[in-house]
Design a protein around this ligand. Sequence first.
Ligand SMILES: Cc1cc2nc3c(=O)[nH]c(=O)nc-3n(C[C@H](O)[C@H](O)[C@H](O)COP(=O)(O)O)c2cc1C
Length: 394
Amino acid sequence: MPLSGRRILLGVSGGIAAYKSAYLARRLIEAGAEVRVVMTDAATEFLGTATLAGITGHPVTTDFSVTEDSVSPHTDLARWADLIVVAPATTATIARLAVGLSDDVLVATVTASTQPLLIAPAMHTEMWEYAATQRNIGQLAADGARIVGPASGDLAGGDVGSGRMEEPDLIVDAVVAALSDSLSGVSVLVTAGGTREPIDPVRYIGNRSSGKMGHAIANEAAARGAKVTVVTTSSIPLDPRIEAVSVETAQQMAEAVATVAPDVAVMAAAVADFRPARVADGKLARTEGPPDLTLEPNPDILQSVAERQVRPYLVGFAAESGSLERAVDKAKRKGVDLLVANDVSKPGSGFSTDTNEVTIIEADGKTEPWPLLSKAEVAARLWDLIESRLPPPS
Ligand SMILES: Cc1cc2nc3c(=O)[nH]c(=O)nc-3n(C[C@H](O)[C@H](O)[C@H](O)COP(=O)(O)O)c2cc1C
C-alpha cells in the first residue's frame, strides 16, 4: 500500500466540500495511512466530529483544549504528522495560512510543522478568482506548499465553474506523490513562458503563454525530489528549491539552456520562431512611419537539445489550433521522446488558463488524448509517464 506507515494529518475547514473529507479520510486509510483530523470551528458546522473520529479511530482536534494526552495539541499534532493536507481549504483558511495567522488550531498546527503541506482549495469561482485569494495561493506555493486543484465543475448552489475541491482520489494521489522521492537523484530542466522579441526598448513581439504549465511541471518535479532548473520568462512563483534563470528572448533562453546538462528536459516555453532583424536603439516614434519589421529566425532550442551527443529524455510542447497533424509531424521531425500538444483554441485549454486539455504524442506518432485537467494534474500525470520511461536508478 502506497501510504503504509505514513501519518497524515487532515485539516478540514468550513466549506460545503467538508462532506467529502470523510471519504478522503477513508481513502487515505485504505492507502495504508494512519489519519488524524484537525477541524476549524466553521468546519464543525458542516460535518460532525463523530463521523471523522469514527472513520479514523482517533478523537478529532477542534481547539487548543488541554487533554489527558496533550497539553499542546498543535505542536504535538505537527510533530506527529509526516504530511498535512488541508481539504477543503476555504478562502479564509487560505488567507490565514498565507500570513501564518495561527489563531485557530488548524493554522497553528500547520505553522508548527516542517513537513510537506498540501492544500486543496474549495470555493465559488468568484472567491477563487478574487485577487487576494490568488495572491495568497501564489504565496503559499512560493513558500513550498503544493496546491491540489481546484477542479472545474458543479459547485454548491447550482453554479458551475472553477473552485470545486479536487476529487478525493486525486488528492490521495497527490499525497502519495508528495511523500515519494521518486525523482530523487534526477536532474531536470524546464523551460517556461513566452519569449519577448524586442522591436525597440519598449515594444516587443510576444505570445500569450503565461508560464503556468511550465511552472506546474517544475514544481511537481521539485516536489518529487528532482534537482530542477527552470529557464523562464514568467514571474509566477516557483517552489523555493528550484533554481530559476530569468530570461526574456529566445536567444537568451537558448544560451541559458546550453549551460545545463539534465537527465530530463521538458521544453514547455513558447519560443518565438522569428525575431526582428534590427532592434531600434531608441523608442520608435509614430512620426517616423510604420517600422520595417523584417524578421530573422531564432535558434531552435528544442532541436539543439535533441541533437546533443549526451541527450536528455526530451519532452517538447506544441500549441496548435485545430488539427493535431502538425504536432504529430513535429514529434517525428524534432526527435523528441514525448510531445505534449494542446489545442489552444479550445476553451479551458492552453495559454493563461488554470486548466489544460492535452494530447500526448509518442516519438512514433502514437497519440493519447487526456481529459481536461488542472495544470497541476497534467504535470503530475506527465511526471508519472516520464518516470515510467526513465531507466531504473543505478
Ligand atoms: C453554506 C455555506 C457554504 C460555504 N462554503 C464555502 C466554501 O465552499 N468555500 C469557502 O471558502 N467558504 C465557504 N463558506 C464561508 C466559510 O464557511 C466562512 O468563510 C468561514 O469563516 C470559514 O472559516 P474557516 O476557514 O475557519 O473554516 C460557506 C459558508 C456557508 C454558510
